[in-house]
Structure formats: structure tokens, C-alpha cells
Design a binder for this molecule. Structure first.
Ligand code: NDP
Length: 482
């Protein structure tokens, strides 16, 4: 079996302990690689290397850093098919999704931040006739970037690109469930000759390798994407030393359908927003709120389109729904479906595990599931399931739509469907979440602030926000008058 290795101080190396973890392909249920079961000894080596590299990397010019990152983006593009195949084998997601979303976005992340740093401006304030104040932004030094399994290379690069671009050196940890594209990424960094220690990738479990990164006293900031419970743990470790943290956490996103929407477009996007990547995208709409006057027509069309989705071997082109990430996760999703029935829900379609023939008989495939009849405050409508399961609810007017949309401890994303621009504006600004899409979903512009309100996170990623997070502003005041 292939052994994946840590990338520390520019070298691919085994973990100090010599221990490895099996890496499972979720579509086949079979182990196909081994990954380092790293611990604090590996993290210590990585931090030492990152510290050593920090002085020279932080003083390279933006042009130099930009060139390194653009070279990496080029190699991602040149190897896009291989990376997509590896991503699909690691996650169970349809190959089409890996090819059109995950890998192109990873290259785009590198390019976006590589070029963003060429165009930033620093602030200056003229203080009467007396002084010039200017703001200098310094890199933080060594930073930690921890990412989840649902969009592996996409979210991994979304963090490390701004961190490297702003002159930090990085210790990064992908999820132990999806380490393979991060490993290929380390090979790409070696191939381009990225200076040793600038990026270090430590594989392993979150509560061991991840926790060692978070608690290391020489790691000055943590950029984390993952579950809300993990985010809370990380925040509590960082708080006593005032370590900077950026937390991108869970969601329970409302998808709000008014009766003056374009029903056909709405239904088509609702299916995508519900079941893309088997519903395992933090931005997926999982609470579908529909005006009572179009509830039946929406429901029937949504149901019909959902039933057309093709579930199967994710390597087969044009499969819409692949495998969910793991046995454990599959059990969790199914337990929420059982709970929905206990809570009085009616399963309109799906609701079960299904077997895919051929090489995938042992994979974890769950049929896209639509539930109705649940109360807004039941657990299924309040807790993040993170699978192909959505709940339909009716509302009678705009006020109730907003109340239902906000009836959640989360506040990540929402999607609002109406042809009335004034209503779109009113409703969007009344929904307490970080991103509202109107008549669209997951249309991303990397310059915009990305992140959640309430328990969906702390801070924002994307564009200027990310460049700010990874730097410390310093005010320098020079007296000019006597
Ligand atoms: P987890 O919180 O379980 O894990 C995320 C990452 O943190 C993994 O690399 C994990 O390692 C690591 N980790 C776990 N425990 C610790 C710890 N104590 N200290 C440091 N690191 C730790 O999330 P999932 O991977 O299950 O991802 C799914 C979640 O991510 C969902 O809640 C989803 O909503 C959220 N998410 C949020 C996004 C956003 O932008 N807001 C985007 C995508 C997902 P390991 O896996 O190896 O245990």
C-alpha cells in the first residue's frame, strides 16, 4: 500500500513514531493508502523548520512570493486530471465535481492570492500639519491552517494561499480522512523548489496532530475550518495566550422560496444546493422554506428532479451523487433520518442507504432525502446533519420566512428566491448570516468576505479579510512639522 508522508523542512518524511493510519476510499470501503499518524514530535519539527524559514520568507518581495505561488497554480492545472481522480478516490465525490469545482478552485485560490498581494495599498493618515501616520502590515510568523474533509484541496489552499502570500510560514493539517491531494500538493511544492520550511504539512488525527499545532506556543495564529464543536475547543485553547483565530464552522442554511420566484430555476438550484457533494458542503441549503401558495407546486417539482439524480460509482462520469465520507458519518446521517421519523416527519423520498453494484458494494451511499412535516424547532431542523437530507417547511408571509430563517444557532449562508428586488433586499439584510445569495447559490467571488455569524464562525476569509487576518497592523507616526 502507498505510504503518504509528512512534508517538513522541504522533505517528505515518515512520522517520528513510525505509526500510520489506513486511508479508506469511501466509495469502495477499502483501505488503499497509509497516512502518518503524526503527533507533537512531528509538529515540533515542523514548527522548528517554519521558524527557521520565517525570517527569509517574510522578507522576500511580494513579486517573489507571487511567482512561487503562480508556479504552484500552473502545476495544479497541468495535473488537474490526476488531482481530480485522487480527490474523488479520497472523498467519494463525483469525479465531475472534483474536475469542475475542487481542483480548478485550488488553482484559483493560489492565483487569486498570488496576484492580490501585487495590488494591495497601505493606509496613510496625514495628521493636520504635524505628522504622517502610515500602517504597516507585518506577517504573523508561523501560522497553523487546519482544514476539513468535504472540500479537501479547495479549503486547504484557501487557507495556505493567503498565509504564504502575506509572508507567513505555515504548518498545515488536512483531515486524516482526506489527506491525498495535500500529499500531492507537498510533492508539487518540492517540484517547484519552494524554500524549505515555508510550508510544512503534517498528517494525522485532529485531536493529536491538530491539537499539537493549536497549542504550540510558537504558532501565532490558527485558521480553522470544521465543525462548531471543534472550533469551540480550538478557541478555548487559543484564548489564554490571545492567539489569533479564524473559525469557519457549521451551518443549517435556509433556502427561502417566495411565490414570485422563477419556479423552474429555483427548483433546479434547490436540488443542487441540497445534494451537491452528497449535501456535505457547509453552504448547502438544508432547511427549505417555501411560501404556502407555491408549496405544493415547488414540492412536486423538487421531488421529481431529486428522483432523477443518479447515484453511483463516483468515477463514472455524470453520476450526481457519490458516497458519503465514512461509515461513521453514514451512521450519523441515517440516525438523523430515524430521528426525523420519530419527530413526526414524513419522508417524501430517499431515507435509506443504498447499495451500488460493482467495485462499490461496500461503499456508503445514501439516497437524497426530502422530509416534510417537521416543526421548526425539532432537532432535525436545528442540528447540522451534513448529508443528503433536507427538510421542507411552509411560511405564510415575509415576516414568518425571516423568523424561520433566523431560527437557528447557526448563521452561515442563505439563498433567497424572488423576482421582487425590494423584497430581496429587505429579506437578505434581515437574515442573520454571513452570505445571502439571491436567485442563485454558491456563486463565489473570491474578493468578498466569507464566513459565518453566530455559531457559524468567527472572522472572515476571502480577499482583503484573509490578507488582514494573516498580518498584524502597526501604526507608524512620523512627525513632519515642528
Ligand atoms: P472537524 O471539526 O471534525 O475537523 C476539521 C479539522 O479539524 C480536521 O482536519 C480535523 O482533523 C481537525 N481537528 C479535529 N479536532 C481537532 C482539535 N482538537 N484540534 C485541532 N484540530 C482538530 O470537521 P469535519 O472535518 O468533520 O468537517 C465537517 C464540518 O466542517 C461541518 O460542520 C461543516 O459545516 C464544517 N465546514 C465549514 C465550512 C465553512 O467555511 N464554514 C466549510 C466546510 C466545512 P481530523 O479530521 O483528522 O480529525
Amino acid at each position: 500500500m502507498e505510504k503518504l508522508l509528512n512534508y517538513i523542512d522541504g522533505e517528505l518524511q515518515e512520522p517520528v513514531s513510525g505509526n500510520f493510519i489506513e486511508n479508506i476510499n469511501p466509495a469502495t470501503g477499502e483501505a488503499y493508502a497509509l497516512i502518518p499518524d503524526s503527533d507533537e514530535n512531528d509538529v515540533n519539527l515542523a514548527v522548528e523548520a517554519a521558524n527557521k524559514a520565517s525570517e527569509s520568507w517574510s522578507t522576500t518581495t511580494v513579486q517573489e512570493r507571487s511567482e512561487w505561488m503562480l508556479k504552484i497554480a500552473e502545476i495544479i492545472d497541468a495535473n488537474a486530471d490526476t488531482l481530480a481522480l485522487v480527490e474523488t478516490n479520497d472523498t467519494g465525490k463525483p469525479i465531475n465535481l472534483s474536475k469542475t469545482v475542487d481542483i480548478p478552485r485550488a488553482a484559483a485560490n493560489m492565483r487569486f492570492f498570488a496576484t492580490a498581494i501585487l495590488h494591495t495599498t497601505d493606509n496613510a493618515h496625514i495628521t493636520n500639519q504635524q505628522a504622517i501616520n502610515y500602517t504597516k502590515r507585518h506577517p504573523l510568523g508561523v501560522v497553523g491552517c487546519i482544514s476539513p474533509w468535504n472540500l479537501p484541496l479547495y479549503l486547504f489552499t484557501w487557507k495556505i494561499a493567503p498565509a504564504l502570500a502575506t509572508g507567513n510560514t505555515v504548518i498545515a493539517k488536512p483531515s486524516e480522512l482526506t489527506p491525498a491531494t495535500a500529499f500531492l500538493f507537498s510533492k508539487i511544492c518540492k517540484e517547484v523548489g519552494l524554500p524549505k520550511g515555508v510550508l510544512n504539512i503534517v498528517h494525522g488525527y485532529g485531536d493529536k496532530a491538530g491539537a499539537a499545532i493549536v497549542s504550540h506556543e510558537d504558532v501565532n495564529a490558527i485558521s480553522f475550518t470544521g465543525g462548531t464543536a471543534t472550533g469551540s475547543k480550538i478557541a478555548s485553547v487559543c484564548a489564554p495566550s490571545f492567539k489569533k483565530v479564524s473559525l469557519e464552522l457549521g451551518g443549517k442554511n435556509p433556502f427561502v422560496v417566495f411565490d414570485d420566484c422563477n419556479l423552474e430555476n429555483t427548483v433546479e438550484t434547490a436540488v443542487r444546493a441540497s445534494f451537491s457533494n452528497q449535501g456535505q458542503i457547509c453552504l448547502c441549503g438544508s432547511r427549505i422554506l417555501v411560501h404556502e401558495s407555491c408549496y405544493e407546486s415547488f414540492k412536486n417539482a423538487f421531488l421529481a428532479k431529486t428522483k432523477e439524480l443518479k447515484i453511483g460509482d463516483p468515477l463514472v462520469p455524470f453520476i450526481d451523487v457519490g458516497a458519503v465520507i465514512s461509515n461513521n458519518h453514514s451512521e450519523k446521517i441515517l440516525s438523523y433520518i430515524d430521528l426525523a421519523i420519530k419527530e413526526g416527519g414524513k419522508i417524501l423520498t430517499g431515507g435509506n442507504k443504498t447499495q451500488v453494484e460493482g467495485r462499490c458494494t461496500k461503499g456508503n451511499f445514501i439516497t437524497p432525502t426530502i422530509i416534510e412535516n417537521l416543526s421548526a424547532n425539532c432537532r432535525v431542523n436545528q442540528e447540522e446533519i451534513f448529508g443528503p437530507v433536507v427538510s421542507l417547511m411552509k411560511f405564510k408571509d415575509e415576516k414568518e420566512a425571516i423568523t424561520l430563517a433566523n431560527d437557528s444557532k447557526y448563521g452561515l449562508a442563505a439563498s433567497v428566491w424572488t423576482n421582487d428586488i425590494n423584497k430581496a433586499n429587505r429579506v437578505s439584510s434581515a437574515i442573520k448570516c454571513g452570505i445571502v445569495w439571491v436567485n442563485c447559490w454558491m456563486l463565489r467571488d473570491l474578493r468578498t468576505p466569507f464566513g459565518g455569524m453566530k455559531q457559524s464562525g468567527l472572522g472572515r476569509e476571502g480577499g482583503e479579510e484573509a490578507l488582514r487576518f494573516f498580518t498584524e497592523p502597526q501604526n507608524i507616526c512620523i512627525q513632519t512639522g515642528s
